[in-house]
Design a protein around this ligand. Sequence first.
Ligand code: ATP
Ligand code: MG
Length: 146
Amino acid sequence: MKRQTTSARQTKKLGEEMAKDILALPETNNAIVLALKGELGSGKTTFVQGLAKGLGVQSRVLSPTFLVIKEFELPHTNKTMLYHIDCYRLESSQELLDLGFKSIVANPKNIVVIEWADRVKKILSKDTKWIHFFVTGENSRELDVI
Ligand SMILES: Nc1ncnc2c1ncn2[C@@H]1O[C@H](COP(=O)(O)OP(=O)(O)OP(=O)(O)O)[C@@H](O)[C@H]1O
Ligand SMILES: [Mg+2]
């Protein structure tokens, strides 16, 4: 599915809508993992802000570049935690494993969204849902939901 947006607000709205879709998915044995891929400024964090809003997160969602993993409680949903991960500064997938990634994705009560996910592709499961972000103009972006 390809979606075009012409403002950051619209990209946020798409994230918010996706939150509903995610919460409606049947529970499986693992976390729901969304892998975001796309150049700098293509709207990944903007999308995550909308996603978090749609999941009822109250606190401000910033890029977790320096922290790598940021977690948010999801008290208003049937899930427990949202993990926002940014792999931009990682040197290897092993660094993410060292931060406890395996146990995060093993918990079906977690929702995990990963920016620059292509950098850790080899440790992501086949069930991962990929979204590719493209800059198509100053204020326009294309999101390909795979
Ligand atoms: N249609 C649009 N969708 C999303 N962001 C847009 C759009 N048009 C303009 N922008 C601007 O582009 C920037 C997107 O920044 P954002 O931090 O979301 O990108 P990112 O993909 O997370 O970048 P990074 O790789 O550095 O983490 C913001 O400044 C936002 O206001
Ligand atoms: Mg970002």
